[in-house]
Write a protein that binds this ligand. Structure first.
Ligand code: FE
Length: 187
């Protein structure tokens, strides 16, 4: 992406500022909306949650989200005992079909090494502090398997529609580097 960006800008084909806006939109808004809808459905529909646990690739495809870098998906569910964090230690494997483009930090060497060595330190930098009793489990993405974190459904959202629930699901919460928004903290 960066190489393409350099060429386009060098040739005067695109305005770099406009390109930044487009990339940011894919990283933080359009891309992750698919994943947010998957998580919201899993929260709202126990039958879908079961299918997502059993075969995430198929359950996600059911919602129409398929394509490159999403062929082999596994959903990992946070609960009171376990918090899941996704990294690609080798490069930048990422589930494009549900999360869009990976953020810059996900591709950075410090994240890729420290997520494994010191996950709680990394989480603290993202503003996430977990109970000491909770295990942090690391999932190393590869070309063969990509992971989607399903965070715990925030309290106080009983009866919410999938559409409203999806607004609570941040991109970072689906990587495990964040938590979903709380009701009332919505932007
Ligand atoms: Fe990779």
């Amino acid at each position: 992406m960066k190489a393409l960006e350099t060429i386009l800008v060098a040739k005067g084909l695109v305005d770099p500022a406009a390109l930044e806006v487009i990339i940011d939109t894919y990283e933080t808004k359009i891309g992750p909306r698919n994943g947010a809808r998957v998580v919201a459905r899993a929260w709202a529909d126990p039958a879908f949650e079961a299918r997502l646990r059993a075969d995430a690739t198929a359950a996600i495809a059911e919602m129409g989200y398929t394509g490159r870098q999403g062929e082999h998906m596994m959903a990992v569910f946070n609960d009171e005992a376990t918090h899941n964090l996704v990294v690609c230690t080798l490069c930048s494997c990422y589930p494009w079909s549900v999360l869009g483009l990976p953020p810059v930090w996900y591709k950075s060497a410090p994240y890729r090494s420290r997520a494994v060595i010191d996950p709680r330190g990394v989480l603290a930098e993202f503003g996430v502090t977990l109970p000491a009793s909770r295990t942090v489990r690391i999932w190393d993405s590869t070309a063969e398997m990509r992971y989607l974190v399903v965070p715990m459904r925030p309290a106080g959202t009983e009866g919410w529609s999938e559409e409203l629930l999806a607004d609570l699901v941040t991109r970072d919460s689906m990587i495990g580097a964040g938590l979903p928004l709380e009701p009332g903290a919505m932007p």
